[in-house]
Design a protein. Structure first.
Length: 110
């Protein structure tokens, strides 16, 4: 008799118990970072240059954090966080950046 295929992951059948918490942390930290960097977006604390814009600095910090994750865990990042989740986290962070910028410009400064 042929056994039905089980839902095994690409890691050789091992379950990935920590993956949901990693995704929650990824989305949460990207949103919180975007909101924080958006809140200081109007002030431009490091100068008026394009490379010092808070949105650029936000993605530089996110990239450095992903590189650090890669070095610490000694595994490729897409094995930990899927490509789709990486892109969705960046989109969520960008939306949070705009929300933080809006809050800083219209609500917090009044």
């Amino acid at each position: 008799m042929i056994e039905p295929r089980s839902n095994r992951s690409s890691t050789g059948g091992r379950a990935q118990p920590g993956r949901p918490i990693v995704l929650v942390l990824w989305y949460g930290l990207m949103a919180a970072g975007g909101l924080g960097f958006g809140a200081i977006g109007d002030r431009r604390p490091l100068g008026p240059g394009m490379l010092f814009h808070p949105l650029v600095l936000y993605f530089v910090v996110a990239g450095v954090a992903l590189l650090a994750l890669r070095i610490v865990l000694a595994r490729p990042v897409p094995e930990i966080i899927s490509d789709r989740a990486l892109v969705l986290g960046c989109v969520a962070g960008s939306a949070a950046f705009l929300a933080g910028n809006f809050l800083a410009a219209h609500i917090l400064l009044r």
